[in-house]
Design a protein around this ligand. Structure first.
Ligand code: S3P
Length: 172
């Protein structure tokens, strides 16, 4: 049973797993606000992430991401949908873990690959081939998602509706 005083839920997990779908549905079910670090960055910069990264590089994007997470850390009754790479920043993650319920939204690598083939908007992380990029970075990050999360759900096996209901029952 999780702390019933939890006022903030943070969703972490690899790109393409369905964090945004779950985040929006969960916010709707709880009557909380949905916020996304990626959307906040795009709004502030007035540009899609792909352009921000190709113009200024990943380090610049990571700086914006850390600033967004810092701003959100004071909000209550919110679902914070984070970008897949936020877990590389230990300071951010330690802050989030201390103040929020952190949930790992996961999916099988085949599901992630299938979803990302049809979504050309996300810039590749480190490799030039999409499947290689997914495989290498997923393997690198899985232990980190594990380390920071107290619950994990797999969207390859369960619907968003089922996952949200389970999260809500864990809160009570
Ligand atoms: C990233 C994931 C993206 C976005 C950026 C970097 C990553 O968010 O923050 O392209 O490092 O995995 P999603 O996880 O919402 O796709």
């Amino acid at each position: 049973m999780l702390d019933s005083k939890t006022k903030r839920i943070v969703l972490i997990g690899f790109r393409g797993v369905g964090k945004s779908t779950i985040g929006r549905l969960l916010a709707q079910k709880l009557g909380w606000e949905y916020i996304s670090t990626d959307e906040e960055i795009e709004l502030r910069e007035n540009e899609p992430i792909g352009h921000i990264v190709s113009k200024n590089g990943w380090d610049y994007f990571r700086k914006l991401e850390a600033e967004a997470a810092e701003r959100f850390s004071a909000y209550q009754h919110v679902i914070v949908d984070t970008g897949g790479g936020i877990v590389n920043n230990e300071d951010i993650m330690n802050g989030l873990v201390n103040s929020s319920m952190v949930i790992w939204i996961d999916a099988d690598i085949e599901t992630i690959s299938h979803r990302l083939q049809n979504d050309k908007d996300r810039p590749l992380l480190s490799e030039t081939d999409l499947d290689e990029d997914i495989k290498i970075n997923y393997q690198r990050r899985a232990p980190v998602y594990q380390k920071y999360s107290e619950l994990r759900f797999n969207t390859s096996n369960e619907t968003a509706e089922e996952i949200c209901d389970k999260i809500i029952s864990e809160m009570r």
